[in-house]
Design a protein around this ligand. Structure first.
Ligand code: PHE
Ligand code: ZN
Length: 888
């Protein structure tokens, strides 16, 4: 732990190649219940591409050094120095060592304490099983090493442990040997033939249930597939296994990429900071993204499991075979791999629905990050703690940037770029720039300006005005772009923005697109915005069109265009671009919500605009639409996304307007919601095909409107759905709706649910978060109770996220209570957590980031908590970075 004086900032511009390389490494792990001995034997060599120096500086934290040898000589005190972060070896003080000419061997021996490691970084114990997490800089908590992604080596790993307690001993690559030892112990040796950076190292040891399967690659290689889970959970692994096989087939089909080892293992652990980790040949997963059974997991959980399995699998090429030179390049692997998993999921489910879901994440979370104190480009320029940069910007905006290549170059052009990327860089640690140049060279396409997406933070704002000339059948679009200043960056240069558009005639058909001049500015239906102000003249526009702009959300920007209600209702009913159909509905709802806010501001009663009824009713009864699409198109915009639309928000008015609109729509269309609920809610045998999933999604939204009526009849429906359901999708929907309502028996509902599911940890987490997100007043007391509940455990990140994360991140009314109790609660939890698990504590701290959006009193209350956090003794640098940047 450090205080602010010892906190240093790392800069991208300071990159230097490592002074030494590691050609190969052998690790020996002797595992015991309360400690482990790690012996590392590595062949080092001075890096010909770097300045040579007499000092070999290895990273290492929380290690007890027990011995150190170089080239067979035991080192004495003057030959090395150890501090809390590094081991420095003075090679020039070692007799007869010509480290500049020849490679030499280093052996170190350290003692570590996995059972006491609550940070869940490095080697730790989780429910009596050992596991590791090394990305980004966790390997240095296992042994002294050059812990940086551009140092790649082949690994041989020997693990020994008590046989009875830890029958499975796993590491990367292939098992080459195993056997018994004295004292009831045994060992296994693993060898990974692929050179890899330390962050991809993994080790697991424990007693698991194992699901086995296999996959034949298209070149005919047989791959063993293994999923290791806690005892008793085998029944919940089949979906993960199927997802893995689908992912393997998809990557062959779409990108021509085959798996390269003979075995692929997945281990599920209950205590994990993130979703999952792509360690070579041995992925480690949060149980949440492996286990799925219809009784305990929702349709959304199934989709998430499939997506995360795919994501980690896809990393084998985008991340492992080609890795990052340094952590500033993180988006090189993450943005690309998220894009790949998004495409995969779209292919398995529905392209429009998936696109809408992904854009919702961008709008509610990434836009907020881009507009807040932590704003950074997808390739950051600096950081204090790398763990704080596993962000929606690096991941999701990064994926949007990759998607823009796909939009600009087309499917084939994108594939050509990928092929060249692998051809050039397989086996190397490279940069975002290397990726851009591969795309550029493979397509002979100029991406000079496009590169600004990597260097400039902030969300570009695109403003469009239009003018139709009836006489000459001309449509003129004036389009401006600007990007707000972000911390450390002002005066941004224009981006290359692909703006996909359509011009609709009065029947909703697309009119042909043709520019009068500068025809290269339009390719297909993509308009290329490249300047701060541009004018585009479309000719042959037979009559005044309705504009469908930024179709499919073709760029991560905010679009401003002065639509009127009729145009929006028209697009909501007719746009051929499903994304923009949804978008038109969201804009329509948002306009109403802001209008209702204005009425409150003026001290007037809120008025429900009846024109909405028609629009919603039409959509509701459109038989041609998919149920999941309908569910999305009938859901009001997220309050978080709405907050990002304004400079400062009156949160009380916004929440009141949102509630009012929901209730009014519920009332005005009461019979419709009921009829559609009944037509789509299914009782009887459970099915999980696309049609059944769509019906559940649609029925769920109908039920949410019915419950908003606050009537006994509606509560009865929800209760009956909960009690009679044979699947978690219906159960969780009903549970949440009831817990978030004024239903008088909700305590009873909560108790019954807990009693039924108390032994299914992931379901208990749903129960926790359903309560933590209850927007009603009693929740603040309830959450305080929940953290005392036996089901809660501050050392388990899933629990922390289910209660504290859900409360601070998704319960706006209660987190932002005007008495400040929500903020105090969050700060209290951060205080409990920062020394236990700094990474998770820092994530929670981010909930204060948008304090500037709120009224003076809330601002004051939030800053008070942030200041308190900064005063904490031995504050971790993770939390320090977030809190100090928030206060600016
Ligand atoms: N690299 C992981 C992924 O995106 C995420 C991760 C980062 C997991 C850091 C653990 C620690 O797939
Ligand atoms: Zn990833």
């Amino acid at each position: 732990m450090k205080t602010s004086d010892s906190i240093s900032v790392k800069y991208r511009k300071d990159y230097k190649p490592s002074a030494f390389l590691i050609n190969k490494v052998s690790l020996n792990f002797e595992l015991f219940d309360d400690y482990a001995i790690v012996t590392a034997r590595m062949m080092l060599q001075a890096n010909p591409a770097a300045e040579s120096s007499g000092a070999l500086v290895l990273d290492g934290e929380e290690l007890e050094l027990q011995g150190i040898e170089v080239a067979g000589q035991k080192l004495v005190q003057e030959q090395y120095e150890v501090d809390s972060e590094q081991l420095t070896i003075w090679l020039n003080k070692i007799d007869g060592l010509d480290y500049q000419q020849a490679s030499f061997e280093l052996v170190t021996k350290v003692k570590i304490y996995p059972a006491q490691n609550t940070s869940l970084e490095g080697l730790y114990l989780s429910s009596e099983k050992f596991c590791t997490q090394c990305e980004a800089e966790g390997f240095r908590k296992i042994t002294y090493y050059l812990d940086r992604p551009d140092v790649m080596s082949t690994f041989t790993v020997r693990i020994e442990a008590e046989k009875k307690k830890y029958p499975h001993l796993l590491s990367n690559g292939n098992q080459i040997e195993h056997g018994s030892l004295a004292n009831g112990r045994h060992y296994a040796i693993w060898q990974d033939p692929f050179r890899k950076p330390s962050y991809l190292f993994a080790l697991c040891a424990g007693d698991y249930d194992l699901l086995e399967d296999h996959f034949t690659t298209r070149s005919g290689r047989e791959i063993k597939l293994e999923i290791y889970v806690d005892k008793g959970k085998l029944e919940q692994c089949h979906h993960a296994m199927e997802s893995l096989k689908k992912s393997m087939a998809w990557d062959e089909e779409v990108f021509g990429l085959e798996y390269d080892l003979d075995i692929y293992m997945i281990v599920a652990v209950g205590d994990f900071n993130m979703g999952a980790m792509e360690n070579k040949g041995l992925n480690i997963f949060n149980t949440k993204y492996v286990l799925a059974h219809p009784e305990t997991a929702t349709d959304q959980d199934f989709e998430d499991v499939e997506a995360v399995i795919a994501h980690e699998y896809f990393h084998n090429w985008t991340g492992n075979r080609v890795t990052c030179r340094d952590w500033f390049q993180l988006s090189l692997k993450e943005g690309l791999t998220v894009f790949r998993d998004q495409q995969f999921t779209a292919d398995q489910t529905d392209h429009a629905v998936k696109r809408i879901e992904d854009v919702k994440v961008i709008r509610s979370h990434q836009f907020a990050e881009d507009a807040g104190p932590m704003a950074h480009p997808i390739r950051p320029d600096s950081y204090i703690e790398m763990n704080n940069f596993y962000t929606v910007t690096v991941y999701n905006k990064g994926a949007e940037v990759i998607r823009m290549y796909h939009t600009l170059l087309g499917t084939d052009g994108f594939r050509r770029g990928m092929d060249l990327y692998f051809e050039r860089f397989d086996g190397q640690a490279v940069t975002c720039e290397d990726f851009v140049s591969a795309m550029e060279d493979a397509n002979d396409y100029d991406l000079i300006q496009f590169r600004r997406w990597y260097s400039q933070a902030g969300t570009p704002e695109v403003t469009v005005t239009s003018e139709y000339d009836e006489l000459h059948k001309k449509l003129t679009l004036q389009i401006g772009q600007a990007c707000p200043d972000t911390p450390g960056q002002s005066n941004k240069q224009p981006f290359h923005i692909p703006l996909k558009l359509g011009l609709l005639d009065k029947d909703g058909n697309d009119l042909p697109l043709e520019l009068a001049s500068n025809k290269e500015q339009l390719t297909g239906d993509i308009l290329h915005l490249t300047e701060a102000e541009q004018t585009f003249e479309f000719v042959g526009v037979s009559h005044k069109p309705v504009l469908s702009l930024l179709r499919n959300f073709s760029a991560p920007v905010r679009l401003f265009y002065d639509y009127n209600d009729q145009e929006l209702a028209f697009l909501y009913a007719h746009d051929k671009d499903s994304f923009n159909r949804w978008e038109a509905g969201q804009r329509l709802f948002a306009r109403v919500i802001w209008q209702l806010c204005a009425e409150q501001e003026a001290g007037e009663p809120m008025q429900f605009p009846l024109h909405l009824v028609n629009a919603v009713q039409n959509l509701l009864s459109d038989e041609s639409l998919d149920g999941r699409f309908k569910a999305l198109a009938l859901t009001l915009p997220d309050i978080k996304a709405l907050i990002e639309e304004v400079e400062r928000v009156n949160l009380d008015h916004l929440i009141a307007a949102h509630d009012f609109l929901k209730r009014e729509l519920a009332k005005q269309l009461e019979m419709d919601w009921l009829v559609h609920y009944q037509a789509n809610h299914h009782v009887g045998a459970f099915k999980q095909d696309k049609a059944a999933i769509a019906k559940r999604a649609f029925a769920g939204v109908c039920l949410s409107y019915l419950v908003a009526l606050d009537k006994p009849k509606a509560y009865e429906l929800a209760v009956s759905q909960l009690v009679n359901s044979n699947n978690m999708t219906d159960a969780e929907t009903a549970l949440q709706l009831l817990m978030h309502s004024n239903y008088s028996q909700k305590e009873q509902i909560a108790d019954d649910f807990y009693r039924k599911w108390q032994n299914e940890e992931l379901v208990v987490n749903k129960w926790l978060s359903a309560q933590a997100t209850d927007p009603t007043d009693s929740t603040i007391e309830r959450v305080k109770g929940l953290i005392e509940h036996p089901a809660f455990d501050i050392k388990n990140p899933n629990k922390v996220r289910s209660v504290v994360g859900a409360f601070a991140g998704s319960n706006l009314p209660q987190f932002h209570r005007n008495d400040g109790k929500g903020y105090v609660f969050l700060a209290e939890q951060i205080k409990q957590l920062y020394s236990v698990n700094p990474q998770t504590a820092a994530r929670l701290t981010g909930a204060f980031n948008r304090w500037k959006k709120f009224d003076d009193e809330r601002q004051r209350l939030m800053c008070e908590q942030l200041q308190g956090i900064l005063q904490l003794p031995d504050l971790s640098k993770d939390v320090y970075e977030i809190a100090s940047k928030a206060l600016g």
